[in-house]
Design a protein around this ligand. Sequence first.
Ligand code: BGC
Length: 259
Amino acid sequence: MVQKEYLGVDIGASGIKGAIVDIKKGELVSDRIRIPTPDPSTPKAVAKAFAQLVKEFGWENKFIGCGFPAIVKHGVAHTAANIHKSWIGTNIEKLFSEATGCEVLVKNDADVAGIAEMMFGVGKGAKGTVVIITVGSGLGSALFIDGQLLPNTEFGHFYLKGHNKVVEQYTSDGARKRQDLSWKVWGQRFDRYLQHIDLLLSPDLIVLGGGSSKKFEKYKKLITIETPVTPAQLLNNAGIIGAAVHAFQVEKTLEKSRV
Ligand code: BGC
């Protein structure tokens, strides 16, 4: 029988965060535990930290959902913008499953955050085109069309006109901190980014997640597009909740295929 509580883990460039989630309510039912992402963030070091986190929850022989900051296809990382380059080609699911003895299911971090927002947050019931942008060390994205996810969109990795670096290096929260930008300057940059997203996709709604969603008040006046832009309701927990939901959805599918 599929259970209703799952461990969700969100792997970020600076922290690995996890909690047990009630996937029917979309709420954390345990404390949230955060451990720093090892530096260098090699597969071996991160797998060890991941296993340590799982152990702290006493989670054994069960399913775990995980959001990972890369293009993830069939459990394998295909890029590594904000983590160690040796992740490229690594089967994350296999590595983490072996490290924990659990069944670990991995998806792109922004995609799982998007899944949570669409189920429990501001995107609940939203039809049409919804884009979720996570603003943290990098820029992550999730695209939903009538509630259906198109995975691995990577809208932080295109170039704006005249730029020689991808857009996440111009207007992520990491870029704001590294370049010591005021909220005004950063907000104007972010608005330019949103204008481009708006032009490319004509979305019905744009949801902002990640660390910067908590700071929305500081830059919302600088946003000039007409499309509604709103901070994520689940804020920084969306990644954990969405990861847990992903584990539930995969387990449910497996159960069905067995009967
Ligand atoms: C990665 C994405 C990820 C985003 C947020 C980007 O650098 O390429 O896969 O979703 O950062 O972590």
